[in-house]
Ligand binder design. Structure first.
Ligand SMILES: CC(C)(COP(=O)(O)OP(=O)(O)OC[C@H]1O[C@@H](n2cnc3c(N)ncnc32)[C@H](O)[C@@H]1OP(=O)(O)O)[C@@H](O)C(=O)NCCC(=O)NCCS
Length: 191
């Protein structure tokens, strides 16, 4: 299910075949947003290389799309091998769509996905001067620990509940049985 945030825009998961759309979005970020997204000024070539890694196994990518073009992304990437309980999150919204609630909506979806996957801790790296991202994280009660020039936001992801599974399923437009089976198989794995 897609829900409008900005007129004509909607948030949904991006799939493997849509990696190119994510890549093009990252290349369109203005210099300041690109620096904030990657913690420094990076060249197009590095974005090309980074984009090849974004749709890895277990990574959940939510996109904000208008007319089929990705204008915002939230990435949830499990940390560690086997059965990770921690993940890294990263956000990017193209300048004209910033400050319209897109980042908040992407974070909300990402927290829901994290909760349903049993992640206990989410790491978010952002520059100390990136007040907008810090403000956004605080809205969701993130605990922020200052570390040299950067801020690491650590977000407690609460346990999944039947309701949180249903919410994710509805947002994806999937069948409940499929969603429930997916979540159960994740939860039944040995810790
Ligand atoms: C950070 C980012 C993802 C936020 O997305 P967004 O769509 O602009 O966020 P929202 O519109 O939901 O606003 C988030 C909050 O920040 C606040 N905010 C907006 N501009 C701000 C500013 N200049 N300074 C401080 N807070 C600001 C908003 O008021 C809002 O809080 P509120 O809803 O309580 O008013 C987006 O700005 C972005 O892509 N920036 C570049 C990349 C980046 O910094 N990524 C984060 C590191 S991975």
């Amino acid at each position: 299910m897609e829900e409008p945030i900005v007129d004509g825009g909607a948030i949904r998961k991006l799939w493997l075949g849509e990696a190119r759309k994510y890549h093009e979005h990252l290349l369109r970020l203005d210099a300041e947003s690109r620096r904030n997204r990657f913690g420094g000024a990076i060249a197009d070539e590095l974005i090309d290389a980074y984009s090849k890694t974004v749709m890895g196994v277990g990574t959940v990518v939510h996109g904000f799309l208008i007319d089929g073009i990705v204008r915002g992304v939230a990435e949830l990437r499990p940390l560690g091998a086997a059965f990770p309980t921690e993940a890294e999150v990263a956000f990017s919204v193209e300048k004209p769509w910033q400050s319209h609630g897109v980042g908040s909506a992407l974070l909300e979806r990402t927290l829901l996905a994290a909760r349903n996957r049993g992640f206990k801790l989410l790491h978010m790296a952002c520059l100390a001067e990136n007040r907008r991202m810090q403000q956004l994280a605080r809205k969701f009660d993130a605990e922020l620990t200052f570390d040299f020039g950067s801020v690491i936001g650590e977000v407690e992801a609460p346990h999944p509940t039947p309701l949180s599974v249903i919410r994710e399923m509805m947002e994806d437009g999937h069948g409940f049985a499929t969603a429930m089976l997916e979540v159960q198989s994740r939860l039944l794995r040995p810790a």
